[in-house]
Design a protein around this ligand. Structure first.
Ligand code: NAG
Ligand code: NAG
Ligand code: NAG
Ligand code: NAG
Length: 271
């Protein structure tokens, strides 16, 4: 064996390099682990704190039911039915005559339901408000929750987030009763879009005699391109349960805003 100082120095150098690489790997693993944990923790924190605004629910139990819907699954293979136990853990209370559906009118409708306690959208309920704007998914064979790198709305049909909204929308529509309202957008060419959640999930669940009327509020603006006679709304009527009475009214966005900022106005007087 050659014990020349040159060789020894090289060997020491090699050992130090290996140690440095190992250290780097450990640091990366720890940081990654913390990030993943932070993902789960921050989603859970948001979930629980939003949930606590609704005092009558057991939030940790609802979180457990939620996690079981997607953890350990391929995020593109989460069907609507996976959320059944989650929906069952926080069932919708029927709110007869107050339920509001919407399509492509998110700002106007939520501003309205927030300011005036007349109607209830899915996003005003526990499940809807807890999940609103959030992204989450799991991974096959992993106990983690991810909040980034999840498939988008149109990347695959049965993705984690989309299946939740489909399932929640179905349950919300199943709970509808009496007078039901739908706020649609008069500034787009097809106010009743056949691919919307309203068309594909909700409408078919508005059954008579539980539901008596469907009142469409077609929101008009300066940019309005259509009205209640539009053919897409004729399609809506064809798909609606014949026992449910249909009605459509064009209402300007300005009128809706004026009404929601006027606390004296009763609910029925907005349109
Ligand atoms: C999505 O899930 C549904 C069940 O909700 C299933 O019938 C359908 O085949 C699935 N689609 C795809 C593309 O995996
Ligand atoms: C209708 O849709 C258009 C285009 O997406 C949007 O600019 C407008 O704000 C929507 N109207 C309402 C009342 O939400
Ligand atoms: C509705 O719009 C159509 C064109 O899309 C127009 O011919 C018709 O006069 C409008 N009806 C009303 C009541 O404004
Ligand atoms: C009304 O709806 C149909 C789709 O059913 C659409 O093709 C048409 O352009 C719409 N009409 C107007 C005036 O926006």
């Amino acid at each position: 064996m050659d014990h020349s100082p040159e060789k020894r120095r090289r060997r020491r150098c090699l050992i130090l390099s290996v140690l440095a690489v190992l250290l780097l790997i450990i640091i990366v693993a720890v940081v990654l682990g913390l990030t993943l944990r932070k993902n789960t923790d921050s989603l859970k924190t948001t979930f629980i704190s939003r949930c606590k605004a609704f005092k009558e629910y057991d939030c940790p139990k609802i979180w457990d039911a939620f996690e079981q819907s997607y953890v350990g699954r391929d995020p593109c293979k989460v069907p609507m039915e996976a959320y059944d136990p989650f929906i069952a853990a926080a069932p919708f209370q029927p709110a007869c005559n107050r339920m509001m559906f919407w399509s492509k009118t998110t700002d106007v409708v939520h501003d309205f339901t927030e300011k005036k306690d007349c109607f209830l959208t899915l996003e005003d309920t526990l499940l809807g408000s807890v999940m609103d704007g959030l992204t989450w998914c799991g991974k096959e064979g992993s106990p983690e929750t991810f909040t980034t790198g999840c498939p988008g709305w149109t990347d695959c049909v049965n993705n984690t987030v989309r299946s939740f909204w489909n399932r929640a929308s179905a349950a919300f529509a199943d709970a509808a009763c009496g007078q039901v309202t739908a706020m649609l957008n008069g500034s787009i060419v097809t106010p009743f879009n056949p691919t919307s959640i309203f068309a594909t999930i909700e409408l078919e669940r508005l059954d008579s005699p539980r539901v008596k009327n469907l009142n469409v509020v077609l929101v008009t603006q300066e940019t309005t391109v259509t009205n209640c006679t539009n053919a897409s709304l004729k399609n809506l009527q064809k798909e609606l349960d014949p026992g449910v009475k249909y009605n459509c009214k064009e209402v300007s966005e300005a009128q809706i805003q004026e009404c929601s900022s006027n606390p004296e106005k009763p609910c029925g007087a907005c349109w």
